[in-house]
Write a protein that binds this ligand. Structure first.
Ligand SMILES: *[C@@H]1O[C@H](CO)[C@@H](O)[C@H](O)[C@H]1NC(C)=O
Ligand SMILES: *[C@@H]1O[C@H](CO)[C@@H](O)[C@H](O)[C@H]1NC(C)=O
Ligand SMILES: *[C@@H]1O[C@H](CO)[C@@H](O)[C@H](O)[C@H]1NC(C)=O
Ligand SMILES: *[C@@H]1O[C@H](CO)[C@@H](O)[C@H](O)[C@H]1NC(C)=O
Ligand SMILES: *[C@@H]1O[C@H](CO)[C@@H](O)[C@H](O)[C@H]1NC(C)=O
Ligand SMILES: *[C@@H]1O[C@H](CO)[C@@H](O)[C@H](O)[C@H]1NC(C)=O
Ligand SMILES: *[C@@H]1O[C@H](CO)[C@@H](O)[C@H](O)[C@H]1NC(C)=O
Ligand SMILES: *[C@@H]1O[C@H](CO)[C@@H](O)[C@H](O)[C@H]1NC(C)=O
Ligand SMILES: *[C@@H]1O[C@H](CO)[C@@H](O)[C@H](O)[C@H]1NC(C)=O
Ligand SMILES: *[C@@H]1O[C@H](CO)[C@@H](O)[C@H](O)[C@H]1NC(C)=O
Length: 574
């Protein structure tokens, strides 16, 4: 752990506890939403106590589309999820594709309501809204809209017309899109036939449009180049919401393409203003460096300052770095609600009367009976009942079967995650443990498993194209007597370890894997727990999880530099 000395250095020179005066620079620590938080869309709402609200993509994770609130653009509290109950869109529960589900949301505030429009790929496209973003139940069900594409935007024009621009695949070429537009009527959700709007600068595929109006121009902000290294932010403007649009000669106005920056794939932006009129932008980015091999946290949300003078094109403050200077609003963590701040560590004992923390995720809808906090006779535990299918599923698996899995995002480059597991499987095939989970086709698991009639052992196995070999090891009697602890650690920037041991005792490393195994696709890694009977219907043994701890141990920002994770105890000030 050579890195340790580096975070101490970073902590000494880092965060200032003084509140900066207006317009004075302070440090943006990127990503502002670390871990799996792609496709950010944000608004600033004066009427809601001068608060910024952001939404991000969640694909098959449930609850979906988290809403984060902040007053200082640095401390973001999870205040709810726009998609939080099956009735809102039942078809979500039937999606099979691991890269499907909720794509890029657009979050807007209009007429005293917060609105989301989004494509749930594999189910439906639609919009929904709430008068109160702090109350999950207040989000309406999804109103389906006939939008023949993805990444829909929502824009109210000055004459009251509601437009949605979106990316439409040109049928003759599945890798080519154009930006099209429909008018939406509310509350029916009816749309007009779509029309061509803009192609962007010609770097395929244009997507992620956001329309805004300023100084007599309609602007159309786009993502181009695809979500990998060529990702870029471009913009056009015209005198009408229906175009035509001229391209900013400075395009792309933000990108990490062809650079050696650690923060790569910068694109899919949104722009908003704060209470003193400063402009800000968010975008997604991957902490991977240009090599783009190791990025287990997937696409994260970054912040940057912007300048947008009257009648001029916006100028975005890149390149995106882990530390950037900008006139941030003063530090203010006074945000309503009980949800965790996104950068905070976990320390949960599932005490009686508590509920499952709101930042824990399932994969599709949970079978709720499989998860219980402090059930009778087992205070201070989370009880898991096994799903028939393991995390991968088998030939007979259908999405509505559910997989017993619950996890939290990997939000720090380095971290230690551990749980105590009280579990005595008695039927062959029964298994419960910890997992580093990207999707059902990419995950790495360490579980206690019953393999035969005589005993239980620890099994390490993984799913994915480069999955390491399965390892089975015996469980020492002492561990069984004392109860067991399982741990996943990102011990350096490129590798994870999986370990086990007795509760409160010395743990032993069972296996290590390169993070490249979970650097793939549109999502980002979770760490969590699972239980399955691997298809043996007789297996019903509960697994009791306790002492759930996740602690970040450093955010890597490239060039050998880390900044400390929240709650990290590593010397001065932390
Ligand atoms: C989902 O699939 C199940 C069968 O697995 C079916 O009964 C149900 O109607 C489907 N629901 C939706 C909303 O498509
Ligand atoms: C939350 O919203 C639901 C549905 O609109 C409503 O019944 C409930 O009273 C609201 N709760 C609070 C605390 O506002
Ligand atoms: C919406 O479209 C449906 C089907 O075409 C039609 O029956 C309905 O009248 C429309 N509603 C409105 C408000 O235009
Ligand atoms: C969309 O709304 C605009 C503004 O009201 C109108 O000019 C246009 O005709 C509408 N488009 C369609 C296809 O109805
Ligand atoms: C937009 O791009 C598509 C796909 O490349 C192309 O077929 C079309 O002609 C372009 N349209 C305009 C107006 O440039
Ligand atoms: C990056 O490099 C490629 C290949 O040279 C070039 O086609 C592209 O225009 C460059 N893009 C940017 C944004 O620098
Ligand atoms: C604040 O930081 C920006 C870079 O984002 C720099 O251009 C500007 O000079 C700084 N302003 C002050 C007052 O230090
Ligand atoms: C999951 O179950 C299937 C079917 O029984 C099996 O082939 C596969 O190896 C299991 N995978 C994991 C990672 O448990
Ligand atoms: C049964 O499993 C235990 C623990 O994994 C192992 O030590 C033992 O050799 C196995 N016995 C047989 C008969 O396969
Ligand atoms: C992380 O540790 C592994 C050995 O477990 C080593 O191969 C790898 O080079 C290390 N990565 C870094 C970035 O130091």
């Amino acid at each position: 752990m050579k890195a340790v000395s580096l975070f101490i250095a970073a902590s000494l020179s880092g965060i200032s506890y003084c509140q900066p005066a207006k317009q004075q620079n302070s440090t943006i620590y990127n990503p502002i939403l670390p871990g799996f938080h792609p496709d950010p869309s944000c608004v600033f709402v004066k009427e809601w106590d001068n608060t910024f609200f952001c939404a991000t993509s969640t694909f098959l994770a449930f609850p979906g589309i988290p809403i984060y609130a902040s007053k200082d653009l640095q401390n973001f509290r999870l205040i709810g999820h726009a998609f939080n109950r099956p009735e809102q869109l039942p078809a979500f529960g039937n999606i099979t594709g691991q890269q499907q589900g909720w794509y890029a949301p657009t979050l807007r505030y209009h007429n005293n309501r917060f609105w989301i429009i989004n494509s749930c790929v594999g189910a439906a496209t639609g919009y929904w809204s709430t008068p109160d973003p702090y109350n999950n139940s207040a989000w309406t069900n999804v109103t389906p809209t006939d939008i023949p594409g993805y990444d829909p935007d929502l824009f109210w024009d000055t004459d009251g017309t509601i437009y949605s621009a979106f990316a439409k695949t040109v049928l003759s070429d599945p890798f080519t899109t154009e930006i099209h537009q429909v008018n939406i009527s509310m509350p029916s959700g009816n749309t007009t036939t779509d029309r061509f709007l803009w192609n962007g600068t010609g770097v395929q595929p244009p997507e992620g449009p956001h329309m805004m109006i300023k100084d007599g121009y309609h602007y159309l902000l786009l993502a181009e180049g695809g979500t990998a290294q060529a990702h870029q932010v471009t913009i056009g403007r015209g005198k009408s919401a229906q175009g035509p649009f001229e391209s900013d000669p400075a395009n792309p106005i933000l990108t990490a393409y062809n650079t050696s920056e650690y923060f790569q794939t910068v694109g899919h932006a949104d722009l908003f203003q704060d209470s003193v009129g400063n402009w800000w932008g968010v975008a997604l980015s991957t902490r991977s460096g240009p090599v783009y091999e190791t990025w287990p946290m997937g696409r994260e949300t970054v912040l940057y300052p912007a300048k947008w003078e009257k009648g001029q094109w916006p100028v975005l403050g890149g390149p995106i770095r882990g530390k950037m200077e900008a006139p941030l609003p003063p530090v203010n963590k006074n945000i309503r609600g009980t949800g965790a701040f996104v950068k905070d560590p976990d320390n949960y004992n599932f005490s009686p009367g508590s509920s499952i923390p709101s930042h824990f995720s399932y994969w599709r809808f949970p079978q709720t009976q499989n998860y219980a906090v402090s059930p009778k006779g087992h205070a201070n535990t989370l009880r898991l009942l096994p799903s028939r299918a393991n995390l991968t599923g088998d030939a007979a698996f259908v999405p509505t079967d559910g997989i017993t899995f619950i996890g939290r995002r990997q939000t720090d480059t380095l971290f230690t995650y551990s749980v105590d597991v009280d579990y005595s499987p008695s039927q062959i095939g029964e298994e419960s443990g910890v997992t580093l989970f990207l999707t059902q086709t990419y995950h790495v698991d360490l579980g206690i498993v019953r393999l035969n009639k005589t005993g239980n052992c620890l099994r390490f196995r993984a799913e994915g194209p480069n999955a390491p070999k399965e390892t089975v090891v015996a469980i020492p009697q002492k561990w069984c007597d004392q109860g067991m602890q399982l741990q996943i650690q990102a011990y350096n920037v490129t590798h994870f370890s999986f370990s086990a041991g007795p509760k409160d005792g010395q743990i032993k490393q069972i296996a290590t894997v390169p993070a490249t195994i979970v650097s793939n696709g549109f999502t980002g890694s979770f760490v969590g727990v699972y239980a399955t009977n691997n298809g043996n219907a007789k297996g019903k043994t509960p697994s009791y999880i306790s002492n759930w701890v996740y602690q970040g141990q450093g955010q890597y920002i490239g060039n050998g530099e880390f900044y400390p994770s929240n709650g990290q105890k590593s010397g001065a000030g932390f």
